[in-house]
Design a protein around this ligand. Structure first.
Ligand SMILES: *[C@@H]1O[C@H](CO)[C@@H](O)[C@H](O)[C@H]1NC(C)=O
Ligand SMILES: *[C@@H]1O[C@H](CO)[C@@H](O)[C@H](O)[C@H]1NC(C)=O
Ligand SMILES: *[C@@H]1O[C@H](CO)[C@@H](O)[C@H](O)[C@H]1NC(C)=O
Ligand SMILES: *[C@@H]1O[C@H](CO)[C@@H](O)[C@H](O)[C@H]1NC(C)=O
Ligand SMILES: *[C@@H]1O[C@H](CO)[C@@H](O)[C@H](O)[C@H]1NC(C)=O
Ligand SMILES: *[C@@H]1O[C@H](CO)[C@@H](O)[C@H](O)[C@H]1NC(C)=O
Ligand SMILES: *[C@@H]1O[C@H](CO)[C@@H](O)[C@H](O)[C@H]1NC(C)=O
Ligand SMILES: *[C@@H]1O[C@H](CO)[C@@H](O)[C@H](O)[C@H]1NC(C)=O
Ligand SMILES: *[C@@H]1O[C@H](CO)[C@@H](O)[C@H](O)[C@H]1NC(C)=O
Ligand SMILES: *[C@@H]1O[C@H](CO)[C@@H](O)[C@H](O)[C@H]1NC(C)=O
Ligand SMILES: *[C@@H]1O[C@H](CO)[C@@H](O)[C@H](O)[C@H]1NC(C)=O
Length: 821
């Protein structure tokens, strides 16, 4: 699309700061995030209570009620992090509707769009229930957040509160109940406010006849029908037309701000009703899993090469994994879900998922080797792609193979999914050049890159040593795993590293991956051990191929550790431990328009302009972050970010610049509950990020019916390149799609393309589809992507068209401009 300066100017005029919904961030008013998290906490507490009573246990509702205290009361203290993560995803999708569906009245109950607004809610709720039935929790969380936004807006934008109702309008979540007594288009509803006083601007006849109305806004048309109320606020040009003023209750400073707290509290009650409706359909266990709370919650995800060349290894993998599963049974580390994907030299899949350990062992034992006996290239990335699309965020994955990938074209798609799910991928590669070899097999380069991007390791071992290397699976599939340090060096170097261990850390483990790597480790108390001492003062050094593991004997490891490495080969150093103290992060897009706030970015951040992260600290309430830094993955460049405390353990971290290439995040903080000197803690992200000079955007709260075609537009923007961009689109269900294979950007700004995807008639209701849209600049020198999760739901109508409105495209362009200064 051509960026027309006149239209840009018009957009600039329209998108002045102003509220169009409950605020996204606010100190004095109640925001969408607060409404959402309050309703989730209260309903989840109710479900925990019901489950406890069903199991004959006692449940005491914690006071204060927060993610940490509720996880503890719900007998699942280690799920505080995943509970927070799930609430965060739901809230982020709630906000997404404000920012990405700005101006689409039915998503906000603006302009008396009650019937269409109700349809937005009920079709999203249908999707939530259907997605849960098929255990597609991640997609269910997104649809739930979208449904909540529209529902909450009703209480701010309509006159429900002014009509004097004391409880939520239940019919909004019940498709079979009528929405009655809506003021028709010709009925006047408001008079002008007197000066700035809008109290009493709704006509008495509307109140006495209990007619339902809502404010009109200029985002869906410059003029409103005669006599109608407006939404109000500077952003809404209709509020300057007769009858002047507005009726929204978004904040205390809104036209009907005197009713803000009543509206927000009713929105909380309505959101609780919505959650209880989902609970009734899902049952206790699935509802708690949706919220990230379960007895145990870590997922064991295994992607295994079943080519004939792997026959011996497969037997070993079966044996080792069965042992690990048995070892974790009944402990807090017992996986809550098992995922298995197979691939060989010709094919990949299927993916099987189960929550039952015995069933998983049966599935694993049923695997037999097929195909070529020689180790030819494999469909490894396809198998990994499938596992990444169906695993929860932050999964630990283990890939077993003995040959290079045949499907290298999937590398960028796999990278996109690693970055967006923040999963960690470890490769166990049995193609060492020879037992004595001291160099890495060049065929494994892509695996190394993917492992590095995810904070995982590419372990190269001979088949005989595989059992020694699989300890990584046992260590990593722990509910409380934290990363204390991570560095990757891609060439020979001698370098000193240090890392901080705090008193909450147990099971400290140091991994060094690399051939010909000499090192000396020094503990805080000054004891040291070199790589040549396999049994030394600090601990045993276990070696399997290029993979070395040290588990210090002493539990007195608190303080600063040092590792001096001297290596003639590339290497990685990774230090992990177990602790309840950890941090979660999302890359967010900060926007001032159309509403001030932020939304989680589903693509790489831009390499010019600020990079902003939303950080959440998990653990106890006494933890305060003091520093955040972006650290070059393969070098020493460190950039400090600035932290702004958002309350509730959340911080916004802003970096005016970040390292070129890939980088990780390090946070440092203090434990304010103790005053001794050793209260500092430090954590690293395992996922490595990178920025891009290309932007890719698309909007979809995509719900469509089996047999239907979903259409959506996507935009590619750049301030750095011009010319042709190769477009690659993939969906994990292999549904038919149509899209342009390239887009030409000749104006130096952006272009947009149309995409359609068709679900076959036989698609089960509740199926989710992970769609990645990638755009690569000439020669593949730079690329970006957007990841979307869509839901196929029976009975929602043949297809929902998701074409972007002109306004949205223009606002997106405008924001891209802003963000790429
Ligand atoms: C606003 O108007 C209402 C009546 O319409 C009146 O009761 C109220 O006192 C006025 N408020 C102010 C601050 O003038
Ligand atoms: C190592 O990584 C750095 C930074 O990413 C890069 O500039 C350099 O070319 C790489 N060196 C090798 C030998 O791959
Ligand atoms: C913070 O201090 C409390 C109380 O001393 C302790 O239980 C907790 O483990 C500490 N957390 C960290 C990260 O050191
Ligand atoms: C952590 O350490 C404890 C005691 O040192 C041990 O019992 C436990 O098995 C370890 N956990 C893991 C996952 O290694
Ligand atoms: C524990 O480490 C500290 C220094 O970090 C040292 O002073 C102390 O003696 C050590 N205690 C034991 C029992 O090793
Ligand atoms: C390691 O060394 C200690 C004492 O130095 C000894 O007691 C222990 O048996 C050794 N362990 C192994 C596995 O050799
Ligand atoms: C690293 O090892 C090489 C040869 O093994 C040696 O020449 C060099 O001095 C070492 N560097 C450091 C910093 O120890
Ligand atoms: C590592 O140590 C071994 C044995 O001590 C030695 O032969 C080798 O040269 C060292 N390599 C480096 C890079 O220092
Ligand atoms: C970047 O962040 C700083 C402070 O956090 C802010 O002042 C500045 O306006 C931001 N720049 C852009 C381009 O958003
Ligand atoms: C980052 O902050 C730390 C601690 O405040 C400081 O020591 C360091 O010098 C800073 N680094 C840069 C590059 O500003
Ligand atoms: C697009 O892909 C084709 C074939 O896959 C390749 O030849 C061409 O160089 C690529 N173009 C760009 C701009 O990367």
């Amino acid at each position: 699309m051509i960026a027309n300066p006149v239209i840009i100017a018009a957009v600039l005029l329209l998108v002045q700061p102003g509220a169009v919904a409950f605020k996204i961030v606010s100190r004095s008013s109640i925001s969408h995030i607060e409404i959402t998290s309050s309703a989730i906490l209260q309903t989840t507490a109710k479900v925990c209570k019901a489950r406890a009573e069903q199991q004959g246990q006692n449940f005491v509702e914690p006071n204060p009620l927060n993610a940490i205290s509720l996880a503890v009361a719900c007998s699942s203290p280690l799920s505080a992090g995943t509970f927070l993560l799930s609430t965060g995803i739901i809230s982020a999708r709630n906000i997404y509707v404000d920012i990405k569906r700005f101006g689409e009245e039915e998503y906000h109950f603006d302009s008396e769009s009650f019937l269409r607004g109700r349809d937005v809610i009920t079709s999203a709720v249908d999707a939530v229930k259907a997605n849960i039935k098929l255990q597609n929790f991640q997609t269910a969380r997104e649809r739930l957040g979208e449904a909540m936004h529209t529902l909450q807006d009703f209480y701010s934008h309509s006159n429900w509160i002014e009509l004097g109702y004391q409880s939520p309008y239940t019919n909004l979540i019940k498709p079979d109940l009528p929405i009655e007594n809506i003021a028709d288009k010709g009925t006047p509803t408001c008079r002008s406010c007197v000066d700035d006083n809008c109290t009493g601007n709704i006509l008495e006849s509307i109140i006495t006849e209990r007619k339902l109305t809502s404010g009109y806004t200029s985002s869906s048309g410059l003029f409103k029908p005669p006599g109608k109320c407006s939404h109000g606020g500077l952003i809404d040009l209709t509020s300057f037309q007769e009858p002047k003023g507005g009726i929204n209750k978004d904040g205390v400073d809104s036209e009907h701000g005197h009713l803000h707290f009543q509206a927000a509290n009713m929105a909380i009650e309505a959101t609780k009703e919505l959650l209880e409706d989902v609970w009734a359909s899902a049952g206790n266990d699935d509802f708690l899993r949706l919220m990230g709370i379960s007895q145990t919650f870590n997922v064991l995800s295994v992607v295994i090469d079943i080519s004939r060349s792997m026959a011996d290894n497969i037997a070993e993998v079966k044996r080792v994994i069965s042992l690990i599963i048995d070892g974790k049974k009944g402990t807090a580390d017992e996986p809550s879900e098992y995922i298995l994907v197979t691939f060989n030299d010709l094919d990949f899949g299927p993916l099987t998922k189960t929550t039952d350990a015995e069933e998983f062992k049966r599935l694993l034992n049923a695997i037999s080797a097929v195909g070529e006996a020689t180790a030819t290239a494999k469909k490894c990335l396809s198998g990994l792609w499938l596992a990444l699309t169906r695993s929860p965020p932050k999964s630990e994955m283990f890939v077993f193979t003995d040959a290079e990938p045949e499907d290298v074209e999937l590398k960028n798609t796999v990278l996109a999914l690693i970055e967006s799910t923040k999963s960690t991928v470890n490769f166990l590669l049995t193609n060492v050049l020879s037992a004595q070899s001291r160099v890495s097999n060049p065929s494994n380069q892509i695996y190394q890159e993917l492992a590095e991007a995810s904070g995982g390791q590419a372990i190269e071992v001979s088949s005989g040593m595989l059992p020694q290397a699989t300890s990584i699976i046992e260590d990593s599939s722990s509910a409380a795993l934290v990363t204390l340090f991570l560095a990757v060096r891609n060439q020979s170097t001698a370098e000193d590293f240090s890392f901080l261990v705090d008193s909450s850390v147990t099971n400290l483990t140091i991994y060094i991956t690399g051939f010909s790597t000499n090192f000396t480790i020094t503990s805080p108390s000054g004891m040291s051990q070199s790589s040549t001492e396999s049994n030394g003062t600090l601990g045993m050094i276990q070696t399997a191929g290029n993979f070395l593991t040290i588990r210090p004997y002493s539990q007195n490891g608190t303080g600063l550790w040092q590792i001096s490495v001297n290596s003639t080969q590339p290497f990685t150093v990774k230090v992990t431990g177990q602790s309840v103290t950890n941090f979660l992060f999302d890359v967010v897009e900060v926007v001032q328009d159309p509403v001030p706030g932020y939304t989680v970015l589903d693509s790489r951040p831009q390499n010019s302009g600020n990079v902003t992260l939303l950080l959440s600290v998990t653990g106890d309430d006494s933890l305060k972050l003091t520093e955040v830094a972006a650290i070059e993955t393969m070098g020493t460049e460190t950039v400090n970010g600035s932290l702004v405390d958002q309350g509730n353990g959340q911080y916004l971290a802003t970096f005016s610049t970040v390292p070129r290439g890939s980088f990780g995040i390090r946070v440092s903080g203090q434990n304010s509950s103790t005053r001794s000197s050793q209260t500092g803690f430090q954590r690293y992200s395992s996922t490595q990020l990178r920025t891009s000079g290309v932007s890719v955007s698309a909007v979809a709260s995509g719900i469509w019916a089996p047999g239907g075609t979903l259409s959506l537009n996507f935009g590619v923007g750049t301030s750095k390149f011009s010319g042709s961009f190769n477009i690659t689109v993939r969906n994990d269900r292999l549904f038919n799609m149509a899209f342009p294979s390239s887009l030409l950007i000749d104006n130096g700004v952006s272009a947009s393309g149309a995409l359609s995807i068709t679900a076959p008639f036989e698609t089960p209701s509740g199926t989710d589809v992970t769609l990645t849209i990638e755009a690569a600049a000439a020669g593949g020198s730079d690329s970006n992507y957007v990841v979307l999760r869509l839901s196929v739901v029976a009975g929602v109508g043949p297809a929902v068209s998701l074409s972007l409105s002109l306004w949205f495209v223009m606002i997106a362009l405008f924001l891209n401009q802003l963000l790429s200064f």
